[in-house]
Design a protein around this ligand. Structure first.
Ligand SMILES: *Cc1c(COP(=O)(O)O)cnc(C)c1O
Length: 464
């Protein structure tokens, strides 16, 4: 399988190349040259398979010649063997037609583990036998950082430098990053907010002086391999609820549009999905884009759902590219216009194409708390706030048939919001229960390019 950049001028890469690169050199994102499809019979045949085997069937066409089927199977077994539930992503029934898909049984208790556990193994496999050392640089508002660190801690040939906004991630989230003491793990608290940290990371990738010295890579959801791994659970859940005979809808708590874009790919591959509900909090750029074509970023309002507090959804570019006839140069122009003015209109083709599969909902703090109480009272389920946003959107939709809400984090990651809504304290699972007794290690740096790059340069290994 070949991978193109959404902006049409970076060189095509194979799967291994796209995985190691993360971002394309023209500023675009890598997408497969075409969508592989599965027939009804192939989808029906998934029903008897466990999660790792489902993953092999769904991902194999995307991997192309970069891995043999057996190699992919070995990696999937290793990645999903670290989950604490035998089903990896189990379904829970809330009422007649409402379901939860629990994606938080990985090591760091958020759905990011599903993709990053595999990505860590893919990095190691693709670097093996080369003399290259990868320098992963990322910014996190919470969940990506801990999941990425867990996935690469102690791996040979990889260093990770993770920036988080000082004082703006929860104690659980910070400790999940800073208590990992392997020598290849470097946590940097930035005196600034998440957007500042993210802008510093972008500046490092765009600075030829810095990016020329190190083999930089990205672990946020601009990395195609992450999205690919997330396609799997749409298939896994859907066949368990009667697909392909019975079509299914999904409601997805959305920030960077990575998770819900994986659902779009599943639909393009042939999975009968009736609707994808894009659930946003009050930071509603995607809701506005999908309801009236207005993709314009405002300032971010901090909420109880920090992973959805975004101004710009990087992966939305992949959707616009696909719906805009895959015209890379036209999309590059559209995105450059957006980057200059922080606003753009979707084209008619993009708006109409999106309307065929997506709906959206904007859920405020009351709506979120209401959904948490509903799940608690009706089904004895404690939800994390992000999941509650998506459940609220599912409950207010008028969809007939099963609706699966993606449960993206364990409630104990966000104990304060849970306690405020339902009055009970969500406790951490036993396997991470000693988090508050572990030693922490991190450095706090000013939010300047020079301070951060010189600290990293002293510790990273230059390209060979
Ligand atoms: C990352 C995250 C999201 C948003 O996912 P995107 O792929 O960025 O849309 C939602 N909920 C939780 C708990 C997350 O960690």
């Amino acid at each position: 399988m070949r991978y193109h950049s959404t902006r049409g001028s970076a060189p095509d890469l194979d799967f291994a190349g796209a995985t190691l690169a993360g971002l394309a050199s023209d500023g675009g994102l890598y997408v497969p040259a075409e969508w592989p499809t599965m027939t009804r019979d192939q989808i029906a045949a998934l029903a008897g398979l466990d999660y790792a085997e489902t993953a092999v069937r769904v991902m194999l066409p995307f991997v192309g010649d970069s891995l043999s089927e057996d190699e992919l199977r070995t990696l999937c077994r290793a990645a999903y063997g670290r989950f604490s539930h035998a089903a990896v992503t189990p379904l829970v029934q809330l009422d007649h037609d409402q379901w939860l898909l629990e994606l938080f049984h990985g090591p760091t208790l958020a759905f990011k583990d599903v993709a990053l556990q595999l990505l860590g193994l893919l990095f190691e496999r693709f670097l093996h036998g080369t003399d290259q050392r990868l320098t992963i640089v990322g910014a996190t508002s919470g969940d990506t950082g801990s999941a990425a660190i867990d996935a690469v801690a102690g791996r040979t040939n990889i260093d990770i430098f993770m920036l988080h906004p000082a004082g703006r991630v929860s104690d659980v989230q910070r400790r999940q990053m800073t208590t990992v003491l392997d020598t290849n793990v470097h946590n940097i608290a930035i005196a600034g907010d998440f957007d500042t940290a993210q802008a510093l990371v972008k500046a490092m990738f765009n600075d030829p002086g810095f990016s020329g010295r190190f083999r930089l890579s990205a672990v946020n959801s601009i990395n195609w391999a992450r999205l690919m791994a997330q396609i799997v659970y749409y298939f896994y859940a859907a066949v368990r609820l009667g697909c392909p005979d019975r079509p299914i809808a999904f409601s997805v708590p959305t920030g960077n549009f990575g998770d819900v874009f994986a659902g779009y790919v599943a639909a393009r591959m042939g999975l009968p999905i009736t609707r994808l509900i894009v659930a946003t909090n009050v930071n509603d750029i995607l809701h506005r884009a999908l309801t009236n074509g207005d993709y314009s970023s405002a300032s971010v309002t901090p909420t109880a759902t920090p992973s959805m507090d975004i101004q710009v959804s990087s992966n939305f570019e992949r959707l616009l590219h696909d719906l805009g006839g895959r015209d890379g140069l036209a999309l590059a122009q559209q995105m450059q216009g957006f980057e200059a003015s922080r606003a753009m209109r979707l084209t008619n083709a993009q708006s109409q194409g999106a309307a065929g599969l997506f709906t959206s909902a904007r859920i405020d703090a009351d709506g979120m708390a209401h959904a948490m109480r509903w799940a608690h009272d009706h089904a004895a389920q404690t939800l994390d706030p992000h999941t509650a946003i998506a459940l609220a959107a599912a409950l207010e939709s008028d969809i007939d048939g099963p609706v699966v809400t993606l449960a993206t984090a364990h409630p104990a990651k966000f104990p304060d919001a849970v306690e405020a809504a339902i009055g009970t304290h969500a406790t951490l699972p036993a396997r991470v229960g000693d988090l508050f007794d572990r030693e922490e290690r991190y450095v706090t740096l000013p939010a300047t390019f020079d301070a951060v790059t010189s600290w990293i340069a002293e510790r990273a290994t230059p390209r060979g």
